[in-house]
Design a protein around this ligand. Structure first.
Ligand SMILES: CC(C)(COP(=O)(O)OP(=O)(O)OC[C@H]1O[C@@H](n2cnc3c(N)ncnc32)[C@H](O)[C@@H]1OP(=O)(O)O)[C@@H](O)C(=O)NCCC(=O)NCCS
Length: 169
């Protein structure tokens, strides 16, 4: 199948509202994950799981009653993982204009029936723009490694919170 782009489009409903009267950030994060999954599944033809969602940026609030559009596309493939860029647009359904309200990059891993990572079809950048997107995904990977190292360091500043510590109830 190997479809590179996916779009989800729907109305923001009253059930999505936060205490400030706009769409809840948690609802947007769920939609981002769903849009990323749809794109990852379409590219790989497999069940996929989210392993990372990074750099999510809420640029403008989304109003209840807006039409929301999530545009997702593959920007890098690894061996068993793929990077998906997701842009969130919203606007009044009575008007043509859609404003970009958010953005992020998520990483999914394709799983075989036994739940183990399986190879994904390779995506080869064609245009200059594609190559720039792939380069950006690769730089983000490097930045992520630095962030993870820093997270590990910060855990050691809290000896009561090492990964081995069982969660308190
Ligand atoms: C997905 C999962 C099975 C992978 O297992 P694993 O032992 O980490 O497998 P690997 O180390 O071989 O990593 C698999 C791929 O994921 C990538 N990956 C793993 N963790 C990552 C992270 N935090 N950020 C980016 N990529 C990551 C690896 O780089 C590798 O990519 P590649 O094959 O393209 O080189 C396991 O991490 C898992 O079950 N995670 C939980 C997923 C989940 O519950 N998601 C939420 C609900 S969908």
């Amino acid at each position: 199948m190997e479809q590179r782009q996916s779009i989800l489009r729907f109305l923001a409903e009253p059930g999505h509202v936060n205490f400030g009267g706009k769409v809840h950030g948690g609802a947007v994060m769920k939609w981002v994950d769903q849009a990323g999954y749809t794109c990852a599944a379409a590219w790989t033809g497999s069940y996929c799981v989210t392993v990372y969602v990074g750099g999510i940026h809420f640029i403008h609030p989304i109003q209840v009653g807006n039409v929301v559009e999530l545009r997702a596309e593959v920007i890098r493939t690894g061996t068993t993982s793929l990077h998906i860029m997701i842009d969130i647009y919203a606007g009044d359904p009575k008007e043509a204009e859609r404003r970009r309200c958010g953005h992020c990059v998520a990483v999914f891993v394709a799983l075989s029936d036994d739940g183990r990572p399986r190879p994904v079809p390779r995506w080869v950048p064609v245009t200059e723009h594609d190559r720039a997107l792939e380069g950006s995904a690769e730089r983000l990977m490097e930045l992520r490694k630095a962030m993870e190292d820093e997270m590990q360091r910060s855990l050691h500043l809290r000896p009561d919170l090492t990964p081995e510590t069982p969660a308190r109830t």
